[in-house]
Design a protein around this ligand. Structure first.
Ligand code: ADP
Ligand code: ADP
Length: 230
């Protein structure tokens, strides 16, 4: 379960104060997918950073999978890194250009000290996202943009996280790639929290949608209901 209570986050820049999060209350049941929508500047990325412990709120409480998220020493958030897979914005460019992609995909297993046959798991997850595992020795430049997006998704799923968080995962993906990645995501058995501008993506996730505006969650409910609202 994900729970945010009265979460605030204020930025000060050039004398002005911006309330990026202005009293966010949000509860997402375990296993239920959530599409987070709202205009640019509404606070979606800030909410994700707070959820991932990358940034501290000024006030309020954050729980993920029943545990409090308190930003601080990295080793204290180890459980969160193990439980959550992250697909950053512009995922295709997030792979280290110097590394064979198989190494990037396997990196979370190494960092988390997961036991087992890492190359086998990397091959399995590459196959699942539609990338030929025999190409794992190549660097990102050898792949198309769409292939790199698939590889970034493989890296986020390699350690079998319980929750996958993605910031605009499918922006820029063509219809075929989008349909395939949505199949991989919804078939992965992982709870999904996806920021998206694409209402078709929100609908395909098949869970709830939450609408953010001016730092608050202003609507939240089953996706069909929220998208039908005037
Ligand atoms: P969204 O992801 O919905 O586009 P953001 O969370 O990125 O929204 O931003 C919410 C608001 O907070 C915006 O007004 C943005 O300009 C501001 N903001 C976000 N991060 C910072 C920062 N590091 N410094 C100053 N202002 C920021
Ligand atoms: P940014 O706003 O700088 O793009 P994001 O909010 O998208 O950052 O967070 C993505 C980054 O967070 C990743 O690049 C990674 O360094 C870190 N991160 C957080 N949680 C995880 C996780 N479970 N596995 C791997 N990386 C994580």
């Amino acid at each position: 379960m994900i729970e945010l209570r009265a979460v605030t986050r204020t930025y000060r820049s050039r004398g002005a104060t911006v309330r990026a999060l202005d009293g966010v209350d949000l509860t997402v049941e375990a296993g239920r997918n959530l599409a987070l929508v709202g205009r640019s500047g509404a606070g979606k990325s800030t909410l994700l950073r707070v959820l991932l412990g990358l940034e501290a709120p000024d006030g309020g409480t954050v729980h993920v999978l029943g545990r409090p998220v308190a930003p601080g020493r990295a080793d204290r958030l180890r459980w969160l890194r193990a439980a959550v897979g992250v697909v950053p914005q512009d995922a295709g460019s997030s792979l280290d250009p110097r590394w064979p992609v198989g190494r990037s995909v396997g990196e979370p297993l190494r960092l988390l000290g997961v036991a087992g046959d890492h190359p086998a798991r990397v091959g399995e997850v590459l196959t699942a996202v539609g990338v030929d595992p025999s190409a794992a020795g190549r660097r990102p430049a050898a792949f198309s943009g769409g292939q790199r997006q698939r590889i970034a998704l493989a890296r986020a799923l390699v350690h079998r996280p319980r929750l996958l968080v993605a910031d605009e995962l499918l922006s820029g993906a063509d219809a075929v790639l989008r349909a395939h990645l949505l199949d991989v995501l919804t078939g992965s058995g992982t709870q999904l929290l996806v920021v998206t501008h694409d209402l078709a993506v929100a609908a395909a996730l098949g869970g709830d949608a939450a609408v953010m505006a001016a730092g608050r969650v202003v609507e939240h409910g089953p996706v069909a209901q929220v998208l039908a609202a005037p």
